[in-house]
Every structure is written in C-alpha cells, then in structure tokens.
Design a protein around this ligand. Sequence first.
Ligand code: NAI
Length: 455
Amino acid sequence: MDLFDLIVIGGGPAGYLAAERAGHAGLKTAVVEKRALGGVCLNEGCIPSKAFLNSAKYYEHALHGQAFGVTASDVKIDHAKVVARKNNVVKQLVSGVGMQLKRNKVTVITGEAAINGKCDEGFKVVVNGTEYAAKKLLIASGSVPVTPPIPGVKEGLASGFVMTNREILDMTEVPQNLVIIGGGVIGLEMASYFNSIGSKVTVIEMLNKIAGPTDAEISKILLKNYQAKGVDFKLSCKVVGVGTNDVSYEENGEVKSVKADKVLLSIGRRAFTQNLGLETIGVYTERGAIVTDDNMRTNIPGVYAAGDVNGKSMLAHTAYREAEVAVNHMIGKKDVMRYSAIPAVIYTNPEVASVGETEDTAKAKGIDVKVANVTMKFSGRYVAENENGDGICKLIVDKKYNRLIGVHLIGSYASEMIYGAALMIETELDIENIKELVFPHPTVCEVIREALFEL
Ligand code: NAI
C-alpha cells in the first residue's frame, strides 16, 4: 500500500493548490481527481465564462463603437468558435496545473476517491479499487449545483432542455429564448453573454433584487443596465414548473409562463460530500458541508477541508487561501483563515466588485458607519472611456475607528480594482493613511481616493 504524507481529494482550486504547496514544502503528496484538474473553476466556471464574456465584449465594442468614432459593418459573432476558443483556453490552463503539480513532485491519481477508515499510518483511501494510505487528508471535493424539486426540472436536466453551468458552457447553438432560473452570479454572467450574442433572455429570481448580497443601490444600477439591453427580469417570482418549451412561475399569486428553447438553472451550489466515506472516520458535517475551524481542520485530527466543500464562501480565491492555511497548519507554519476581506466580483458589463461590509450588513452588526457614495465620473479615465456611464463607488467607514470596512463598485475595471480595497481593509488602514497613498493617474481606481475626501 502506497503511503503518502498527504492525500488531497479533489483537484480543483483548493485541491490542486494545496497539493502544489504541500509538494513544495517537501510532503509526499497525492491528489485524486475524478474529472479534470482545475475543477469547476477552470473547466466549467470562472475561466470558461470569462472567455465567453471577453468575446461578447469585442462584439459589443464593434457593434456600438459609433460614439467612439468607430463604425463597423457586417459584424458577426460565431458562438461555436467562441466555445472552441474557450476549450483551448481551458486545455492550456489545465495542462499548466498538471505541470505545476509535476514540478512540485505531486502524484496525480485519476479516479473517484473514497476514504475507507483509519489505519496505523493514518487514513486509508481507495481509488479504482486500489488502496492508499496517508498520514493526513485534505478534502477539497467542491460543490454541485442545487437542483430544486420543481416539477419538470429533473426531466429537463435529463433531456438537455435544462442546463447547469457545465452544459451551458459547451452548448454550441445560440438559443432564441433562454430562460435563467436564479439571478445570482452565474445567472447574471450568462444572461450578459447570451443577451450580447442575440438570445432573448429572461431571468426569474425569487428575491426582489438581483445579485444576492450585493449592495442594494449597485444591484439596482446593474438591473437597469441589463433591462436597457433587453434582458427581461421577473423579480419576486417563484418558478413552479418546467415544461418542454416553457417555464411557469408565480407572480403575485398568479401563475404565468415564459417560452424557452433552453433553461439555465443557477440557484446556488451545495457542498459535495457524497460517497466520500466521511462516515468511515466520523468527519462532522452540518447541512451537508464539512465543518472546519480557522486552520481548516475538521473534527478529526489530521483531516482538513478547504474550498466549496466547507460551504463557507464558495469562491475559488477563498479556496486558494484556505488551501494554503490548511497546508501551513500541517507543516507547522503559523497561519489562520480570515473571511472579513474576501472580494466578490460579478463579471457583467459593467462589472460589479465588492469587499467587506455593505451599509445593510454593517447596520445589522450595530456598526456606526459613514458612507461616501460617488459617481465613477470622478475619474477622468472613466469619462474618457465610457459614454453615459452610471458607475458608482461606495465606501463604508467604521466611524468609531475611522477605518474602511467596505468598498462597493460598479463600473469598468471594478474586478481589477477591488484587491486594492481588500488590502486596505485587511491591513486595517486608517482613512488618513489611505489618503496619503498615491494612485496612478489617470486610472479608474482614483475614484476610491476621490471618494475618501467626500467622507
Ligand atoms: P447564487 O447564490 O449566486 O445565486 C442564486 C440565485 O438564485 C439567488 O439570487 C437566489 O435568490 C435565486 N434562487 C434560489 N432559488 C430560486 C428559485 N427556486 N427560483 C428563482 N430564483 C431562485 O448562485 P449561482 O449563481 O448558482 O452561483 C453558484 C456559486 O458559484 C456561487 O456561490 C458563486 O459565488 C459562485 N460563482 C462565482 C462567480 C464569480 O465569482 N464571479 C461566478 C459564478 C459562480
């Protein structure tokens, strides 16, 4: 029986990074992956969707460049080609992960891993009928889409009429009518792309706002932008059934239906812990997710969990950091996971990015705040590059400590600007200290500096 210092279950962002770091630190490490290295993020999530959205951006620029002095005729988008390019991008990155693992002397085992109890050395793991042993385990098995018990959903998923993030990114045709159930991150990014390339998109969302926990004002601006582009939003609506060419929903007690050629189901994800053999060693779960402490330890000494499977923050960048914290704990390096400054981005056009508290969450925690709310037009570059842009930048400041605790942006480059804000929050910079920082000019990020002086 092969003995490893560490077996990592799952080769997504948490798993592959943990394996890389552990290998680098000299641990004899194996990572087990049943599908493809890179997990959902690389193969059917973050990366493929960004490839799609960038193609849409090129297309829109060509179509709507008149105000910028650009006219083009006969502009077309070839969706099948977009999918093919996306496949190349994915292939390139997945092979890069493989190379990194090799460089760090990690053994990659292909197959579905199941824990099979303890042994003298630590834990037994079975893959394709072969048993391995490991002194430590890291569970990074990720998450799967939530599939609600709505009549017709199961049948639709089986027939291909209903898709999740996995299938929609491989679909080569452009549906005339695309109905999206759930106006969260996946729903909005896909609504953005398919709206750009010509589908009639309807988003059915049960809350009265889109983009879930996003700042309410920013959520409204985003809604307005996409309504103007022709996306139909059915807010405060509950889906009650999926047919073979329509979706029915309840609005103010009345059942209505909307025509669909394809349906995207994007109502959230849940931790994946099925068939992992957690019960053979007694790993504790709560509502399906593995419970972890701030060192990413489970209740079983020597067993860690990182990424979506612990259900804390289902984001690839959280997973990376959790993976590092877990490995650092294993090798005796002091480190601890903090969740207060994790940025969140929605790659729509305009982009939305936020970090820390919103006015609402701060209020709920009883924090007395000051808020600066400025238009992105405070940035010269923003005005130079946008026609009638309605982006805003909001800063939330803890009055008592004069410290930034939240930044919320909608507008160009928001995704690239937010890490700076996260840094200011994470390092607990005082507002007066931030005012002393020099921002490059002309950039859109200057808006953050400008907003500070509005407090
Ligand atoms: P989500 O949690 O972002 O949004 C789900 C939406 O569906 C919510 O607005 C919810 O109110 C709504 N909903 C729930 N049940 C419903 C129902 N029966 N009918 C209508 N609406 C319903 O989940 P989503 O978009 O599926 O994304 C899954 C995960 O993937 C998230 O945790 C997200 O963080 C992650 N992700 C992150 C991205 C990013 O960082 N840019 C991109 C894509 C996904």
